[in-house]
Design a protein around this ligand. Sequence first.
Ligand code: BGC
Length: 496
Amino acid sequence: MPIAKPANQVASTITSQHLSDRVLEIQDAFEVSPTKLKQIVAHFVEELKKGLSAKGGNIPMIPVWVMDYPNGTETGDYLAIDLGGTNLRVVLVHLLGGQKFETEQEKYHLPKGMRTTRNRDELFEFIADCLEKFFYKLHPNGIEKGALLPLGFTFSYPASQTRIDTGVLQRWTKGFDIPNVEGEDVVPLLMDKINEKKLPIKVVALINDTAGALVASRYTDPTTEMGLIFGTGVNGAYYDRVGNIEKLKGKLLPDITDDSPMLINCEYGSFDNEHESLPRTKYDILIDEQSPRPGQQAFEKMTAGYYLGELIRLILVELYEEKQVFQKYSKDSEQIKLLYTPYLLDTSFLAEIEGDQDLENFPEVVRLFQEFLKIEPTLDERRLSRALSEIIGNRSARLSVCGIGAACTKMNIKKCHCAADGSVFHKYPKFPERAADSLADIFGWKEENIHPRNYPIQIVPSQDGSGVGAAVIAALAHARQAKGLSLGLAEAYKKA
Ligand code: BGC
């Protein structure tokens, strides 16, 4: 069967022969064939296993000390916060049992420059300020003396956890770059600020967004086996068996047995940092070289929302330099200066270009170019941009699901729901269809003539992971603690 050429339809309407040839070249460079997908998944499985070994590998495979499956009976009131790229969300979750919950929430915009502030205190003070506002909005007269509201802290960066209520940041991702946080436990950094404000709040669990997505969805859907984020960053979580986690051998208290499930935050954005199997283009190499952390997050840099806008920008810059596009703007014009601004275009630029329904005139594309770059694109430039958006979006979807392919292969899961969240999954047109189609390529469902509706592994929208998921994880931790069971490495209990 010939490999689908997603951009052909639009690319073939480009009138300039040279430009249309260039699009096809770019398309070839971004193509990931079914055979290549299978090779990547095979390598990915090995890397997941390596991450669990005593020696470790590129993929951190972090045990997050959630050792129970939620079943929807969990109850209680929990606070949850989620530090995202643009917002801090604060949620009060009432777990009602019977798979039911209610939430009250507020979003606070992250001040400009916060992602790269030179003073880490600013970040943790900002979080504590938001918590304070939210707390007094809910409880203008405070709460009962001595009571403490349990808080689940969704911190979606790779953080090593010796216990469920700790998290040492391994490295910032997704454009965050704040000094003196890498290598530190972020929980005391936040608790110090909470305590300065005398708020009756205590972090009881540090949670990755993927773990939250999995647990929140499993609260209502017991067939959920993975939590996934296709957003600013890319990552997945699943339950493994403690016995399979070689790096924990001899480090646990006797109450955690080999048969116990253990939720693993894979942090597979760092898959293939050694560049063995991912088909990198020159644009991917540029993105990596110009990033604050070259050599890290190789998989994420090719798939995640933070980088997709930058990919199209780099291609457009190259085509400008080849004198193929935007020729009415000189190099020192405002328009071209904007075009040369790194990370000026975000994923919404690409997603909305793909959302344009009018393939004759592309009015949305015109609007977007004016809004972001002040450029009036010619018809060929609009077609080009549409073709590029399809090429980049398609590759992102195809590669992104290799993480699912790998975890399901490793765990021998043949049928399940994978709960997905994130801006790319929700806002990028066709992402879910493309992702499903690529899973079918990986597992050979097309040869079996299975209808997409019946694909055995389905990617479904997740429940609110950073709210409900964080609350359920906090509730599970609470229940374990009440039974006197451990939630971390033996050494973490000796110290405590
Ligand atoms: C982070 C992960 C996170 C993912 C999705 C990555 O950059 O390292 O912890 O789950 O983004 O938000």
